[in-house]
Write a protein that binds this ligand. Structure first.
Ligand SMILES: *[C@@H]1O[C@H](CO)[C@@H](O)[C@H](O)[C@H]1NC(C)=O
Ligand SMILES: *[C@@H]1O[C@H](CO)[C@@H](O)[C@H](O)[C@H]1NC(C)=O
Ligand SMILES: *[C@@H]1O[C@H](CO)[C@@H](O)[C@H](O)[C@H]1NC(C)=O
Ligand SMILES: *[C@@H]1O[C@H](CO)[C@@H](O)[C@H](O)[C@H]1NC(C)=O
Length: 389
């Protein structure tokens, strides 16, 4: 995420108020800020003690999910929404925090509960937005995704795409953030967020099976989501420590605007690893990020691509709003009514053919007077290429 000045101010005030944290009442959960301004695990206040489980250690069959997987009122907890989600409660106000990712036509993304949000302020409480009402999230309106590549490899499935920020309740100019089941305090972003798939590598009987390790970047009109197979432990293709360098480095891809494909692909070189003069080298991302990475990411080869139209995957874009509001598929404003200036305002980083960033999402990191705060904000930082402001 790019730490915009407004975020920085909010973040600082949030951190200053840490000593007065008031735990949520069950009606209005209050998600409190990350507890510690450091990336050094040993110095952080983290989950893992009694009554404070580490989110990534919690596993549930899809059909046996509790109402909330993280009801614990500790650190930033409890979670904002709920995990028992189904078609019955899919709506534009659903606070479902169970995300399902199956294929190019059937997936969910994390988005903000309230319109016009900055992801950096919402990462702890994001909710699922889905192309398919079956999973109980809020609808992603047909027509709001402008290009997409779904890729299946021998270690992970990955989906990257162009999406209107507004479809996920993000402000048109929001450069977004990174979500994963860890977070600085190991409670996850979002807290209680769990991810499932019907993909053959995950499927559990006829139900979606849990994905233990995943990460997702969203913002600047782009998203990328990777779900690592539970049986591939090393290398970690779902590494969450490179959150400042965006989709371009974390999920190198051949996303093309206006094109919708499902492909097989080679495994990427794990983020932070690169080959130079025949030597395999590693780069550890510094906080704050003060220089560009010493390498350019290599886009893995893809094959057997099947091409679709947007309509084949998502149906026709609605032309008028559903007045009843009861239909989960169209109770949001139509894309034409809500498009506004979204597409144009992110041109610096949403360009599909930028000379430098290739296919990267949110590939910009602004540094400057707020750079120090990137340390504080590190767990929700996306982006990529350095812009010194
Ligand atoms: C949503 O629907 C499912 C059934 O599909 C149900 O188990 C769950 O309790 C509902 N959740 C809410 C918050 O109403
Ligand atoms: C995605 O999976 C669903 C079943 O879950 C299927 O109906 C649909 O055709 C698939 N779409 C693609 C693009 O493979
Ligand atoms: C919405 O904006 C996107 C991105 O600028 C554009 O591709 C799309 O055509 C627009 N849709 C409508 C209905 O105006
Ligand atoms: C993608 O193409 C649409 C036109 O189909 C355009 O409106 C939109 O701005 C483009 N998106 C990006 C990220 O370039």
């Amino acid at each position: 995420m790019l730490l915009l000045p407004s975020n920085a101010v909010l973040l600082v005030s949030a951190l200053l108020s840490l000593s007065n944290v008031v735990f949520a009442d069950p009606e209005e959960p209050v998600i409190t800020p990350a507890p510690s301004p450091t990336h050094e695990l040993a110095e952080r206040q983290v989950a893992g003690g009694e009554g404070t489980p580490i989110l990534a250690t919690l596993t549930f069959p899809y059909t046996a999910l509790p109402t909330q997987v993280y009801p614990f009122a500790v650190l930033r907890g409890p979670q904002f929404g709920y995990n028992q989600c189904g078609a019955e409660n899919a709506s534009s106000t659903a606070n479902c925090q169970t995300l399902v990712v199956n294929n190019a036509s059937d997936f969910c993304l994390w988005g903000a509960p309230d319109p016009n949000s900055e992801m950096g302020n919402e990462e702890a409480k994001v909710v699922s937005f889905c192309t398919n009402p079956r999973w109980g999230g809020r609808p992603i309106p047909p027509g709001s995704i402008h290009g997409l590549q779904f890729m299946r490899t021998t270690a992970y499935i990955q989906i990257v795409g162009f999406i209107d920020n507004v479809a996920l309740n993000l402000a048109p100019t929001d450069t977004g953030g990174e979500l994963d089941p860890h977070g600085a305090d190991l409670q996850g972003n979002p807290l209680g967020g769990v991810v499932y798939s019907l993909d053959p590598k995950f499927i559990d009987g006829s139900h979606p099976g849990q994905i233990r390790n995943w990460n997702l970047f969203v913002g600047s009109g782009l998203f990328c989501l990777k779900a690592c197979y539970n049986d591939v432990k090393s290398p970690n293709y779902c590494e969450n420590r490179y959150d400042l360098v965006g989709c371009e480095y974390n999920m190198p891809n051949t996303l093309t605007n206006g094109t919708f494909v499902e492909c097989e692909g080679e495994r990427q070189t794990p983020v932070g690893t690169y080959v130079e003069n025949g030597q395999t080298l590693t780069w550890k991302m510094p906080y704050p990020l003060t220089t560009e990475p010493p390498y350019r990411p290599v886009v893995p080869a893809s094959s057997n691509c099947r091409t679709f139209s947007s309509e084949q995957l998502f149906g026709a874009a609605p032309t008028n709003a559903n007045p009843s509001g009861s239909n989960s598929g169209s109770s949001r404003p139509t894309p034409s009514g809500s498009n506004g200036s979204n597409g144009g305002s992110n041109s610096n980083s949403a360009n599909p053919n930028p000379s430098q960033t290739g296919t990267g999402a949110a590939a910009t990191v602004k540094l400057g007077m707020h750079a120090g705060l990137l340390v504080v904000a590190a767990s929700f930082v996306a982006g990529g290429v350095l812009v010194v402001v």
